[in-house]
Design a protein around this ligand. Sequence first.
Ligand code: C2E
Ligand code: CA
Ligand code: CA
Length: 605
Amino acid sequence: MITVPEAAPARAAPEPATLHGLHLLAHYGSELVCEIDARQHLVWISPSVARLTGLTAPALQGRPLADLIHINDRNRLATLLAQGEAANAQDSLRLLRPDSNPVWVECRVEPITAPAPIDPIVQGEPGAPAPATRRVCVLRDITEHRQIEDGLARLARTDTLTGLPNRLRLTERIDASILRASRQDHGFALAMFDLDHFKYVNDTLGHDAGDELLCAVGARLADVLRDTDVLARWGGDEFVLLFGRESNAAVAQHRIEACIAALGAPFLVRGRVVHIGASAGIAMYPEDGTNQTELMRNADLAMYRAKSHGPSTVVRFSADLAERARQRLSIENDLHAALAATAAGHSPFALRYQPIIDSDGLAMSGVEALVRWFKSEPDERSTQDAPDAAARPATMRMIGPDLFIPIAEESGLIVPLGSWVLDEACRFRRSLSDAGQVDDDFYVSVNVSARQFQSGDFAELIRGALARHGLAAHQLQIEVTESAIMHNPERAAATMQAIRALGVPIAIDDFGTGFSSLAYLARFPANGLKIDKSFVRAMDSGAGMAIVEATVAIANALNMKVTAEGVETAAQRDALVECGSQRLQGYLFDKPLTSDELLQRLAKN
Ligand code: C2E
Ligand code: CA
Ligand code: CA
């Protein structure tokens, strides 16, 4: 229940109803009103101050207004009062309270121009104009409003899944670190993390398990960090670590390695033990970037490099990485142009054909199609003679697939390029039949990348190519890598079924370089596998030999034909024949040949 206090005795005698109203306003109005003098001391303050601050009006009279305000907001109050001399001014400030819960008020300061009212404290004649130096401050409680605003602001800066700071919060923290570092003349480190096998977990155990794993990763990293570090989720399976006070690159690297080591221990997700790792890229302020965008981009570049180096790697950004990124972009642009030319019927791509030899009798049983790019480049030597780029004669440079296939894959350009390769390989196989050069069983083996394999109806594309060139299904073979299958195992299994249904054989390429096991691969309907050349090279050692022998034995037990790649010596050939590899391929027999060279080679047989 509200009790109305006695009205203070008035010096003059206004209408009783008005006085009563003023008292109600002073005690129960939601706003806190005070009058300050030229020194900014309180001349009068409404009694409602007790409700907001716990202090009573009489205790405050004569004290500076600043005594009411939170110490951190006093500079802002001073600014506000300085403005207020001239015009109306306002700002949000915190009131000082005995407990620590802040009360936020919106403080409005106005010069008093109205005639002074009858007041028990203000001395002077009723109705006389107020001295110009006095001002009124109206303070409105906006705590609830602020709390909602703060809550929203926090939400907008938090990753909903992990509860970690999100991109927005991180970028603010980076900006703040840059400001502090530039003032205090020190550096700091920024690291971008990417989990190594996250996609695999997501695909095999489901998205809920993936989410659980991300939360567990966040919690584990948070455990090894210091108070001054910021760990944020950048998106997907990428995290960013800001070491706000780490100006030494070697120390930063060491600490990030410790984080990666922490992630190396197994996780328990939905009752399953899951092993993941992480790769990270580091950028240092100010050496590797002086603004947030540069730092993030360069940490990202370094992270990509770390990923390509293999699992659990940390790479510091370098200028050389930026140069490679620039080259990569330029290759991507040129690839676009090359594919446009291909679509217009004058392709700069060509296929080479590397013979595959049957162990039994050492005759050629088929070829692998390998793509090359003939890129025209301005002739640097004639630059001085012809400064106009268009007038400069161009030279053709052959570019190997290792340089452009990964870029084509990342940019999605592999899909049109792969279609062209498939069509061209089928066309060539048809021409061999037409020339009567090969047996009916002779096959051309075509490499297919993950992106192609997962795209739309890949089996339909194959069926179309076979029909267009009048080929039998067994005259074509598809090579797909383990990693392309593991990219999305369910989808891969379905695509493989569809290709098998056409009668086209499938070989698993680069076998042994992925992280899958033979037992896992047995679930996929492949007809053969190609042992990677690194294993063939390792055969010279006893252990390498044992791996190849075991792989051949298990593959044969699963009814898969084995092709050994990269056979370079007679000793390797003999050992492979000995342990039962059905097919051999490598420089010992032939390098990849042009179509004319292959025709000559076939004619010689
Ligand atoms: P790959 O499928 O493992 O192809 C075999 C690679 O090993 C070829 O390199 C070949 O020239 C090389 N090679 C063959 N015999 C030997 C040997 O005795 N010793 C050594 N050291 N190397 C040997 P290439 O032509 O540069 O192709 C590289 C990779 O590019 C291929 O590896 C394949 O993954 C990819 N690629 C090539 N053509 C295509 C294509 O049309 N589509 C796709 N998606 N990828 C392709
Ligand atoms: Ca291959
Ligand atoms: Ca291979």
